[in-house]
Design a protein around this ligand. Sequence first.
Ligand code: FMN
Length: 186
Amino acid sequence: MNNVIDSIVNRISNKSLELPCPSKKEMESVYKAALRAPDHAWLHPTKFIEIKGKGLDKLSAIFEKFAINDMKCEDEFLIDKYKNAPYRAPMVLVAITKKQEHPKVPKIEQMFSTAAAIQNVLISLDSLGYGAIWRSGIFALNSKILKYFKEDQNSEIIGYIYIGTPVGRKKKIPDLKIEDYVSFWD
Ligand SMILES: Cc1cc2nc3c(=O)[nH]c(=O)nc-3n(C[C@H](O)[C@H](O)[C@H](O)COP(=O)(O)O)c2cc1C
């Protein structure tokens, strides 16, 4: 295996994340990699919001308001869980698709492009020694949350990437058999 394949094969998602998070310069290289995701007709549909420090308080307030006002959640325990969610990592990226009308590129393909961009983010962060996890839950793929991010209904939140330095032991990577997933026509 070469180095690129080796690092993709050995990447894992990390749930326990702490400071330090990547520097501005490191994140610039991560965004460059993200923006090289496959993108039909080069519509550049993917946008990110990078959140850290006091920004996490803003995200926490959004999750709380959304749960109460839009999800009509009345369970105090759940509301607290949502409120605390952003603090599970020192940095959170919100990955958004700005869906455009295009004669050849359906909106779902534009969302696929953002998904590919997210994977590039995960691989790049791993190569820099950071940990990350792609999370969705009730806060993604939900048109009612968009207003809190000042996004219109042409946007879609594809996911939240929690980023930091991984804590604890690396989890074991499952040993999948290629023949269970690939068939060969020749
Ligand atoms: C679209 C999408 C949404 C996800 N949402 C969550 C989530 O909300 N919470 C979670 O714990 N894992 C979520 N995951 C799974 C993790 O990102 C991760 O892939 C999984 O824990 C497997 O770990 P691995 O990447 O190390 O194989 C999601 C994955 C995808 C592709």
